[in-house]
Design a protein around this ligand. Sequence first.
Ligand code: NDP
Ligand code: 8X3
Length: 251
Amino acid sequence: MKSALVTGASSGFGRACVKALIEEGFRVVALARRKERLETLKSEFKEKIHTLNLDVRNQEEVFEAIENLPREFKDLEILLNNAGLALEQKEFDNLSLDDINTMVDTNIKGFLYIARAVIPLLRKQKSAYIFNIGSVAARNPYFGGNVYCGTKAFVGQFSLALRNDLRGSNIKVTNIAPGLCKTEFSEVRFKGDKQKADALYENTQFLSAEDIAKVFIALIKLPSHINVNEIELMPVTQTWNGFFIEKFNEA
Ligand code: NDP
Ligand code: 8X3
């Protein structure tokens, strides 16, 4: 049976993709920090799931856990490198150093630890597939996006560059860059302020985590010779807001 590893499996895109992969006949290694959420997945999917309760920022734990995967989960063919977060939406110079570090350490460094630990396993397969979760924020700077936008731009460029390094390996790489999608993302960003988070999704149509999972599964099912480098998706209700132009007040 084919295996996949999904980071950020306790919520949102990750959890929806775990379920979709299992429906497609994969065994899944599900990684996240919240143990109780992982236990719920384990009790639902039993032997089809192996849970890794860890923080992607912990370099040592990441490498140790992946090195010691049970034999029946070690033949990884798919990596969904998805765990990530935004914190706050305010001017960079008002952002705390803790928040800056958490975003960089999770979205860039933790993301790289996972890729670095898993790619040697993917290389052992006849073919394999790496999905990185970027964002529309990578190419569309918005007020207060600063560090988060930068981390997702990193994911996008790293994904493209990685394809060069993997040439000849039969490992595909796709950067999936979603727009507005209702998950726990905004609650995390606004640090539990549910009202502020909900306001973003009020009176509009947003993407769901299941929508992302559908796109993910459709990509997996493409013919083996096609590599989709990047895919950006938004709800139809979302477009761009254009440039902001400062107007001087006349005296
Ligand atoms: P959620 O907040 O619902 O899920 C985030 C997941 O990441 C959780 O499972 C969380 O698990 C995990 N995670 C966060 N930090 C860590 C860590 N240090 N170690 C391990 N796991 C971690 O948000 P989404 O599903 O929306 O987000 C998934 C990805 O999609 C993120 O990279 C996000 O930036 C990106 N994205 C989201 C969009 C949106 O509008 N929702 C749009 C574009 C991109 P736990 O807390 O249990 O560790
Ligand atoms: C999440 C989408 O626009 O809130 O990556 O940054 S956005």
